[in-house]
Design a protein around this ligand. Structure first.
Ligand code: BMA
Length: 321
C-alpha cells in the first residue's frame, strides 16, 4: 500500500480537519491548455497514485484528464483528455465531462463524473490502467450531479450516491442512493439526506452533494460531502461529514452540524468561482489513523486537507445534527 500524503496538524490548530501548508497542490495552469484544474479524484495505483482531473481549457470546455504521482502531491497530468472507448453499451454523447470521482471495486477502477447528455447526468467508465477507458451507460436521466460509487457492493449490488438537480446552477439538492446489479441498470432509489433547515445549519441549507468515495469504518460509512448556502453574493460551498449505516446507507447515523472546512484561505476565496471548497476524493490509512482529502478550491485549483480518522469519526458523532 502506498504511503498517503501527510502533514501533522500545525501547532496551535484545534480544527479536526487542517489544510496542507503548501496548498494549492495543483496550479490552474499546470498543463498547457488549462484555464483551471480543480474538483478532481485520486486513488492508490501501482505503488503510487493515479487520478482523474477536471481541467477546463481556455475555451472553458470541461473535460477529464488522467494523471500520475509518486507521492500524491506532485502530479503529472496528461496534456490530452481521456479518450473513451465503448464499455457496456454503444458510445454515447458526452458534450462535457466534469467533477470526476474514482474508486477501485473488485478488479478495476471505476470513474463517475457529471456527463453532458442533454444536460448534466452521471457518466460511468472503467479502466484497468488509466490508459484505456471504457465508457458505460449513463446511470440516470438528466439532470443529476455528484455521482459517487461505494467501494464495495452492498447486498450484492453496486451502490451509488447522487444528487438529482436541474439544468442550471441548481438552487436545491438532496443526496440519494441507487443500486445496480451490473453497472448498467440503476434502481431502488432512496433518499439519504436533505439540505438542512436554515436555522439548524445554514452552511448546508441550500443543497448538498456527496464528495469523496465513502470509507467503511467500524462506525459505518464515513461520507465527506459538500453543503451550500445561497448568500446575497451567490453560493458558498463548504465541507462536512456524515456516518451512514453499514448495511443500509440510506440510514444516516450522524451528520456534522458545523462544517469541517469552509472557504477561508485566499485560494478558496478568490478564483473563477469564489468561496468554493469542493471535496472529490480522500485517501485513507487505518493503521496510521490518517485521511488525506482532495478538494477543488474556488473552481480554480486543487488543494489538500488532513485529519485523523478516529478524531473525524468522534467529531462527527459529537457534533451531529
Ligand atoms: C457545481 C459544479 C461544480 C462547481 C460548483 C461551484 O454546480 O459545477 O463543478 O465546483 O458548482 O461552482
Amino acid at each position: 500500500m502506498s504511503n498517503i500524503p501527510w502533514q501533522d496538524r500545525p501547532e496551535g490548530c484545534n480544527d479536526v480537519v487542517w489544510r496542507y501548508s503548501e496548498n494549492p497542490i495543483i496550479d490552474r495552469y499546470a498543463i498547457p491548455s488549462s484555464n483551471s484544474i480543480f474538483n478532481s479524484a485520486v486513488v492508490p495505483f501501482e505503488g503510487g497514485f493515479a487520478g482523474v482531473f477536471r481541467c477546463d481549457n481556455k475555451a472553458v470546455q470541461m473535460n477529464i484528464f488522467a494523471g500520475f504521482s509518486k507521492d500524491g502531491i506532485n502530479w503529472d497530468i496528461n496534456h490530452d483528455p481521456i479518450v473513451m472507448q465503448a464499455g457496456n453499451t454503444d458510445m454515447i454523447e458526452s458534450d462535457y465531462k466534469y467533477d470526476p470521482r474514482v474508486v477501485f471495486i473488485e478488479d478495476r477502477y471505476w470513474i463517475t463524473w457529471c456527463n453532458g447528455y442533454h444536460g448534466p447526468t452521471i457518466g460511468i467508465a472503467y479502466t484497468f490502467d488509466f490508459k484505456e477507458f471504457h465508457q458505460c451507460e449513463n446511470a440516470f436521466l438528466p439532470f443529476n450531479r455528484n455521482g459517487v460509487l461505494f467501494p464495495e457492493k452492498i447486498d450484492g449490488k453496486y451502490a451509488m450516491l447522487s444528487r438529482p438537480s436541474d439544468n442550471g446552477h441548481t438552487p436545491f439538492g438532496d443526496i440519494y442512493i441507487s443500486y445496480s446489479p451490473d453497472m448498467k441498470y440503476w434502481g431502488e432509489h432512496r433518499c439519504v439526506m436533505k439540505a438542512t433547515p436554515f436555522e439548524d445549519s445554514a452552511w448546508q441549507c441550500t443543497k448538498i452533494g456527496a464528495g469523496a468515495v465513502p470509507i467503511l469504518t467500524e462506525d459505518g460509512w464515513l461520507m465527506i460531502y459538500h453543503g451550500v448556502i445561497n448568500t446575497c453574493n451567490g453560493f458558498r460551498y463548504a465541507m462536512g461529514s456524515a456516518i451512514l449505516d453499514k448495511e443500509d446507507p440510506s440510514n444516516v447515523l450522524f451528520r456534522t452540524q458545523p462544517y469541517l472546512l469552509g472557504p477561508a484561505e485566499p485560494y478558496e476565496l478568490a478564483g473563477d468561482v469564489p468561496n468554493v471548497v469542493f471535496p472529490c476524493a480522500a485517501l485513507h490509512d487505518f493503521e496510521k489513523d490518517r485521511i488525506a482529502i482532495y478538494y477543488g478550491a474556488a473552481d480554480t485549483v486543487v488543494a489538500m486537507a488532513f485529519a485523523n480518522i478516529s478524531e473525524l469519526l468522534q467529531y462527527t458523532k459529537d457534533n451531529s445534527l
